[in-house]
Ligand binder design. Structure first.
Ligand SMILES: CCCCCCCCCCCCCC(=O)SCCNC(=O)CCNC(=O)[C@H](O)C(C)(C)COP(=O)(O)OP(=O)(O)OC[C@H]1O[C@@H](n2cnc3c(N)ncnc32)[C@H](O)[C@@H]1OP(=O)(O)O
Length: 214
């Protein structure tokens, strides 16, 4: 619409045309009665490298040719730190990381918090603020932490910095993950990929270890 166009704004509320109506999204801030559980007894020790949950994962898989190859280390509490080196294949604008890939890095890091609770969970909702551009060759230093657990919902937040772990914030995120059983993956995933994952004894062990009973 032209700035000088005198047309009044479209009607609000239920009369507003579906094409411009906002959708109701769940908050990513935990409710007041959310809890902060202790680290699971099986959680990786503070300082431990978490390792990839799946070799072909775009976020953390070492075998993905253009993946982010994010590395994640367990923190002291319900937190992790992660690093993602932005490579030329990750560009959006010339010489700059694509925003969607930065979101993927945040998603992957927030998802890895589930190791600390020893439960499998998938992203239900993810919000991000892009604060400054991230140049190719820079390392995004991410710190992520759990902010609350409510039933099957795990709430978390993260900050990504450039120029070092204490550098300026480039991206912030808040997420809501929902705990799922192993069947979530075996039911919905492409059969040949599920088979490949489960045929790998290490992957199978990890997958079973992740199983939860919501
Ligand atoms: C074999 C290899 C295994 C590898 C294992 C490790 C993999 C790690 C991978 C990590 C990769 C990186 C990570 C990735 O990229 S994960 C990939 C991206 N995410 C997905 O594909 C998830 C797609 N969505 C679903 O599958 C279902 O909708 C889920 C499972 C999420 C819920 O369906 P389900 O039928 O199960 O649950 P429910 O409907 O009874 O709801 C339960 C509660 O949750 C609340 N809720 C639900 N949805 C949302 C939402 N969208 N926002 C906010 N809230 C939501 C809901 O209100 C309710 O709350 P309450 O009423 O209790 O208060």
């Amino acid at each position: 619409m032209n700035r000088s166009d005198p047309t009044p704004p479209a009607a609000q509320g239920p009369d507003r045309p579906a094409a411009v109506r906002a959708v109701a999204l769940a908050p990513t801030t935990p409710p007041a009665d959310a809890v902060l559980p202790p680290r699971a007894p099986e959680a990786p020790a503070p300082g431990a490298l978490l390792g990839s949950h799946y070799d072909h994962c775009f976020g953390c898989g070492p075998q993905h040719p253009q993946g982010l190859r994010l590395t994640v280390v367990a923190g002291e509490g319900l937190d992790v730190t992660a690093e993602f080196t932005v490579r030329p294949g990750h560009q959006g604008g010339p010489g700059l990381a694509h925003g969607g890939l930065l979101v993927t890095a945040m998603d992957e890091t927030l998802g890895s918090l589930n190791w600390l609770l020893h439960s499998a969970a998938v992203t239900g909702r993810l919000e991000t603020d892009f604060v400054r551009p991230v140049p190719v060759d820079s390392v995004l230093h991410i710190h992520a932490w759990i902010t609350g657990v409510h039933g099957r919902k795990i709430y978390s937040a993260a900050e990504g910095r450039i120029g070092g772990p204490d550098g300026p914030v480039a991206i912030r995120a808040q997420g809501l993950f929902v705990q799922v059983k192993l069947e979530h993956f075996t039911t919905h995933g492409r059969p040949e990929d599920i088979k490949k994952a489960l045929d790998d004894p290490d992957q199978f062990k990890r997958a079973r270890a992740f199983e939860v009973n919501p």
